[in-house]
Ligand binder design. Structure first.
Ligand SMILES: Nc1nc2c(ncn2[C@@H]2O[C@H](COP(=O)(O)OP(=O)(O)O)[C@@H](O)[C@H]2O)c(=O)[nH]1
Ligand SMILES: [Mg+2]
Length: 319
């Protein structure tokens, strides 16, 4: 019997390739189990995944240094995890305090931030987790720092270009690459590089000529965005949301209005079936068709493979 797995399963399997420690791998394997339909065709695969999880748990217990790392893995919250990373005094903690309700220590000396600080960005009707980290500085960064970057949904490099324009960016990209993260913008993100990492770069204290130089030289591959304390934070929140590569849809029951305060958040390119899986496995397994409202047009009857767009309203109909 063929397994008939949803596409989201293969995406998670793909993420598994980049995970390096048991701490990174276990949650991904659990997510793969969660989206796997329950039937005879998946029995072997489920048993196999459970065995892999058990083995990884054993491995994690064996290594005491990994347990210490555990302290600083950050449980994901909201629609995505965004990790700020960069050299000392580049403005990471300032950015966390500007974009979220968190109040990290901010000071003009290095190593003010010793462990991850977490805040939530409120963007329209969703929340995005923002994580501030200790400095990535030569070889002096803690071992868990790069693992946190790899397991993030997007990585935001932070540099200060007050004294030097190109060098901080080059050094940061090199550090990331040493950690197996090839930072690139979501639009550029083609997945054909060995270890692509979607994200962006925030530049603090940059002169206008430096910013335009960096955008000219790196702009095709990377989103380079100015961060200034004087500017309103909303455009930066929007860029962060966009680089998550997700879309929001709204579900409704027949005869009722959709609740626009509670979006269902899906990866771009997701189908009606994947939306159903996101809500509940039963809805997905019993799906017959859906009604779709888009751009104020009349509702349309669509099937499971219909690709969804930002703002779609969907009504599921079961067998
Ligand atoms: N002029 C200016 N100073 C900033 C900016 N962002 C941060 N700073 C200052 O840079 C110093 C280091 O900031 P902090 O956020 O603690 O950097 P971190 O080490 O990367 O977390 C502090 O004195 C901040 O007030 C900015 O956009 N413009
Ligand atoms: Mg800091």
């Amino acid at each position: 019997m063929p397994a008939n797995l949803p596409r989201i399963y293969y995406k998670k399997e793909e993420n598994l390739r980049f995970a390096q420690s048991p701490e990174e791998k276990i949650p991904i394997l659990k997510e793969m189990l969660a989206v796997m339909p329950k039937h005879k065709g998946t029995d072997n695969l489920r048993a196999d995944l459970n065995a892999r999880i058990a083995k990884l748990k054993k491995e994690a217990r064996k290594k005491p240094q990994i347990q210490r790392m555990d302290l600083y893995t950050v449980a994901k919250e909201g629609i995505g995890q965004v990790v700020l990373m960069g050299p000392p005094n580049s403005g990471k903690s300032t950015i966390l305090s500007r974009l979220t309700n968190a109040s990290p220590d901010i000071a003009a000396y290095p190593f003010t931030t010793q462990k991850p600080d977490v805040g939530m960005i409120e963007y329209e009707n969703v929340q995005i987790q923002l994580v501030d980290t200790p400095p990535l500085y030569g070889n002096f960064h803690p071992a868990w720092l790069l693992a946190l970057g790899r397991s993030s949904d997007i990585l935001v490099g932070v540099i200060n270009c007050a004294n030097n324009c190109e060098e901080p960016l080059n050094r940061l990209l090199e550090r990331f690459e040493e950690g197996n993260m090839f930072l690139q913008s979501r639009d550029f993100y083609r997945g054909d590089e060995l270890m692509p990492k979607p994200g962006l770069v925030l530049v603090t204290s940059a002169r206008e000529d430096c910013l335009s130089f960096l955008k000219d030289k790196y702009g095709e591959r990377l989103d380079i965005i100015e961060f200034s304390l004087d500017a309103p934070p909303d455009p930066i929140k929007k860029k962060i949301f966009n680089s998550l590569g997700v879309l929001r849809i709204y579900t409704k029951a027949p005869g009722k209005e959709p609740d626009f305060s509670e979006p269902v958040v899906l990866e771009k390119g997701s189908t009606v079936l994947e939306a159903a899986y996101e809500i509940h496995k039963d809805i997905a397994e019993r799906l017959k068709y859906a009604r779709l409202w888009r751009d104020d047009n009349k509702p349309k009857q669509v099937g499971a493979t219909q690709i969804l767009q930002e703002g779609d309203v969907v009504e599921f109909h079961n067998r």
